[in-house]
Ligand binder design. Sequence first.
Ligand code: PBG
Length: 298
Amino acid sequence: MFRLGTRGSPLALTQAGMVRDALMAAHGWDEVEIVVIRTTGDRVQDRALAEIGGKALWTKELDRALVAGEVDACVHSMKDVETFRPEAIAIAAMLPRADVRDRLIGADSVAALPRGATVGTSSPRRAAQLARLRPDLSTTLFRGNVDTRLGKLAAGEVDATLLAAAGLDRLGRHDTGAPIPLETMLPAPAQGAVGIETLADGPARALVAAIDDVDTHRAVRAERALLAGLRADCHSPVAALAFPKDGGLLLSAQLLTENGAEAVEGQMAGAEPVALGTALAQDLLARAPASVRRLFAG
Ligand SMILES: NCc1[nH]cc(CCC(=O)O)c1CC(=O)O
């Protein structure tokens, strides 16, 4: 039986279930086994991801299970997958992308937040974007899965929080929060995309590739190539979004200083995703104020 590795959070399990259903439908299988693997990222809840070792904390244990042959494929939120992956592992497919926007929970819009309000987030991108839009706000470290964060908000620990619409929708929370327009807040690279990794050499790769959503995969490839060109990691306040246009892609991106005081933005169209992401990264670095450039290409 085909074995699918996943983290154990409610969102991860929902996404793994979507992948299982897609694989069963594509291949006429009766069953796919879901194997829950606990990651360091799940265990450590009291510090920001960037502080304790970055996105590898979500993938390391799943990578090990894949390489050891304990599972045939692993399901990830692509947003949480580190920029540079081990050579033995391939991103074999992506599910169709969900709503890419962030949602604000606690007020109807960023502009409607009361003066001096406290917003819970541990994302350097969201903190920098908020500070840029509303320098009067303060942000405070907020980790844990979606339900944990909503619980902290309900308990009054903060005035508001930001969460990806994709995760809220997949958990059935369609009415939670107000979508922030893309013009106000560009999402994290790969936000809303679920990816499936397999060994680069091996039969699972082609089996998983059968469920690939080509448009999503192309867009996320461009966004990830931008991250690679910037040498960005989870410390980096960077936003990016590509979508299909005129048979190619239109890629938008924003780099900021941590306090949001300075930023550089850009847009570029192209036909080949990796070349496009790489070119926009170079263009942004060339135009970035020194304070922004210092945070990238390290
Ligand atoms: N960093 C945690 C994480 N990783 C993926 C999602 C949501 C689902 C997605 O973006 O695909 C979330 C939660 C959030 O940011 O609200």
